[in-house]
Ligand binder design. Structure first.
Ligand SMILES: CC(C)(COP(=O)(O)OP(=O)(O)OC[C@H]1O[C@@H](n2cnc3c(N)ncnc32)[C@H](O)[C@@H]1OP(=O)(O)O)[C@@H](O)C(=O)NCCC(=O)NCCS
Length: 144
């Protein structure tokens, strides 16, 4: 398994990965094509052979990172890939002199919350009924 920076050529495969995970934010191929070339964008993907099996996306500006999305194809979950992707993003922010990374996650998304906790993120706040007017958003943050 290889982890590398995504390019616009990966947009279709990235969109296919997010389709396999309903809890992932869904940007679609066009969304990835718009996001990847942005100066603040960091999208890294995991590749097994020729197949893209996961990705993590972050925006990094003015010393602060915002983790936007992470998804791993279900058949490759629980093999440490999500953790490796998040760790790579954290290293990118560290190397860029960043101070903090924040994120929002649905309070019912136990897998993602456990992954972020393992990566050193802590709860710093909540937004009530943020998702679909029902589920709270947990705001998590990691100082670097
Ligand atoms: C969240 C997600 C990216 C995790 O990817 P993954 O490759 O399976 O994660 P890892 O194997 O690296 O797991 C790292 C840690 O996360 C936690 N974790 C991962 N999946 C879990 C699950 N289903 N239940 C509980 N904890 C889980 C564990 O603490 C795990 O460490 P451990 O294996 O030592 O116990 C994956 O489940 C996914 O794609 N979910 C749908 C998309 C999503 O919800 N994205 C977040 C949007 S904010």
């Amino acid at each position: 398994m290889k982890i590398r920076r995504a390019t616009v050529l990966d947009a279709k495969s990235l969109a296919q990965v997010e389709q396999t995970q309903p809890l992932s934010a869904h940007w679609g191929e066009k969304g990835f094509c718009t996001e990847i070339p942005q100066a603040a964008s960091q999208i890294w993907c995991a590749e097994e052979g020729e197949n893209l099996i996961g990705f993590a996306a972050l925006r990094f500006t003015a010393g602060f990172g915002e983790l936007l999305n992470v998804a791993v194809r279900p058949e490759f979950c629980r093999q440490g890939i999500g953790f490796k992707l998040i760790s790579r993003l954290i290293n990118q922010v560290l190397e860029g002199g960043g101070e903090q990374i924040t994120l929002e996650v649905n309070i019912r998304n136990r897998a993602a919350i456990a992954l972020y906790s393992k990566a050193g993120f802590c709860e710093v706040g909540r937004r009530e009924k943020f998702y679909n007017g029902t589920d709270d958003a947990l705001i998590m943050s990691r100082n670097l």
